[in-house]
Design a protein around this ligand. Sequence first.
Ligand code: PLP
Length: 397
Amino acid sequence: MPKGKQTQLITAGRKQKWTKGVVNPPIQRASTIVFETVADKHHATLNRANKELFYGRRGTHTHFAFQEAMVEVEGGTGCALYPCGTAAIANSILSFIETGDHILMVDTCYEPTRDFCDKVMKKMGVETTYYDPVIGEDIENLIQPNTKILFLESPGSITMEIQDVPTLAQIAHKHDIIVMLDNTWAAGVLFNPFEHGVDISIQAATKYIVGHSDVMLGTAVANQNYWDQLREQSYLMGQCVSPDDVYLGLRGLRTLDVRLRQHAENSLKVAKWLQTRPEVDHVRHPALETCPGHAFFQRDFQGGNGLFSFVLHNSVPAATTALLDGMEHFKMGYSWGGFESLILANEPKSFNKLRSVANPNFKGTLIRLHIGLENVDDLIADLEQGLERYQASIQDQ
Ligand SMILES: *Cc1c(COP(=O)(O)O)cnc(C)c1O
């Protein structure tokens, strides 16, 4: 993380106007905002898009503090809030797309993003082309006259491919295409989207920003070109969030740097240990050379976190079950980014449904881990026992 970023995470969004002299901005709940004078009401109407209280749906001081903090931390011009990451993705796309448009979607996108394109966008007469996450300059061959959005996610969901974001963004901008990035893995701080050519950076704040597995929250930070349209369209679609949830997002920012550093240290140790195991074919940890796109991680990212995958030599579902059942610290759960460790398995055939053009065709099972803040040696011992159950089960077959 660049020097000064830690300080920014501590101070972001904490100006006196929001905090009223306490450390954390109070939770301000409102549907109705009341005005004493016609002049006050007029002033609020004129400035409702500029952090003046106007109507509960447009946010209160708690929301404004978090929105301001996200812009300070991630860059860009303004931050729209959504009830979850999936809503942030769907509404960011909907804010700019029209019938007859075309989307270039990374093949390794989060599964609900794919479903949104295949189900909702298709119904609206919007065509989606999936592209290989490591396509690089060849993206230009897929651009059509009606291409409106280039959507990126880096590293890719489950298989962790890291994209060459600056190259992709530069080509998209030559054709006036909006560049959107699902920046959830980087938590808004490990990868700087606006310095790399992204126009709208989207996050499931549900993950590392909240960081404690207890809140659903989505953010989309836009640059100057796209902020007004994103904000207005989001209001028109009724997107709003509870101030309690926003408060927890804001609180999560304060400890984000220390949490990420510990997640990263633990996960790298576990990843390197996995590389020594005979059951493991390769490890897809962005900080290791065996991860596709590792060079872009080295060039563009400020650090790592706890989420990575590894691939086993074989696919033996009964043995995978023996591994997964009986884990002590790694529970099976989808929403990562909390303090706790998680484990999920994907058998090779699951990618037939999850990929259109970039099926990795693994011979063996993929295991995705989220490495939490437990003692790392406890985690390795847990995985060691899991792999022993796996081996024993294979021998029984
Ligand atoms: C979890 C996740 C989302 C969706 O966030 P929700 O808040 O669960 O809707 C989107 N993108 C990525 C990469 C995610 O991991």
